[in-house]
Design a protein around this ligand. Structure first.
Ligand code: SF4
Length: 247
């Protein structure tokens, strides 16, 4: 095992949780993975399924050396995929240091991002999930009484420059869209028409919903994927564990 690069022993990051499970979503669904979730997000999706890393962030400062030591133990136990997620991990410079150290440990690294911020980071799969208009908080959302986040989220949720740079810089990538209504397909097509260099099988449609019953009503998404050569994205963790933390 190679030695991680030098790092200040005082470097720490706001972390919501770490856990080992199988990847629930995307091209690597089913792969045993170690997850490290940064706490804090520059968006506030109405349907966010990790509000403890966005709407009600509960960060705990974790030393990066401590995180790397945990990753090394996980790797020694034969889990060699790491998923750096959030919240929005690309908000944090510490994500770069952590990813570089995980790369030195020989781990496969997935970065899960909404694609609003570009960073040059060690990454084997850039998982980009651009947020559609269905993500914007509604005017009556009790978490957003003065509509501050409604305005901020709408202004931030699509950053074409950042999305294009991520597509150009990370050939191993996926573009994952959360959909609940068929009219959102037009929105996705309009966005994709503004971007260059993506492949059809980079595009994944994932049903919105955090219960097995809600997901079961989304069969139409499979038909739309077949028509377009896009992929259907499961939510394995919901099927296996329900909407629970640490899975
Ligand atoms: S970008 Fe992700 S973490 Fe942030 S609010 Fe949306 S779903 Fe939640």
């Amino acid at each position: 095992m190679s030695i991680p690069p030098p790092m200040s022993s005082s470097t720490s990051a706001p972390i919501s949780e770490t856990f080992t499970s199988v990847q629930g979503e995307g091209k690597l669904a089913g792969v045993p993975s170690w997850f490290v979730r940064f706490s804090g997000c520059n968006l506030r999706c109405s349907w966010c399924d990790t509000p403890y890393a966005s709407w009600n962030a509960e960060p705990k400062q974790r030393g990066l050396q401590d995180l790397i030591a945990e990753a090394a133990r996980v790797k020694a136990a034969n889990v060699s995929h790491a998923v750096i997620t959030g919240g929005e991990p690309m908000m944090f410079t510490q994500a770069e240091e952590l990813a570089a150290a995980l790369r030195n440990l020989g781990m496969h690294i997935t970065i899960e991002t909404a694609g609003t911020i570009y960073r040059d980071i060690a990454c084997d799969l850039m998982s980009i999930s651009p947020k559609l208009s269905n993500s914007t908080p509604q005017p009556n959302d009790p978490r957003d009484k003065d509509a501050v986040w409604q305005v901020r989220h709408e202004a931030r949720r699509i950053n074409l420059d950042s999305l294009q740079k991520l597509i150009d810089s990370y050939p191993a990538r996926q573009l994952k869209f959360v959909v609940s209504e068929s009219q959102q397909l037009g929105e996705i097509e309009t966005l994709l028409a503004s971007l260059r260099g993506w492949q059809q099988d980079d595009v994944l449609l994932m049903p919105e919903g955090i219960t097995v019953d809600a997901l079961a009503k989304r069969h139409w998404i499979v038909e739309e994927c077949v028509k377009r050569g896009w992929r259907y994205c499961p939510r394995l963790h919901i099927e296996l564990f329900g909407n629970t933390r640490g899975t």
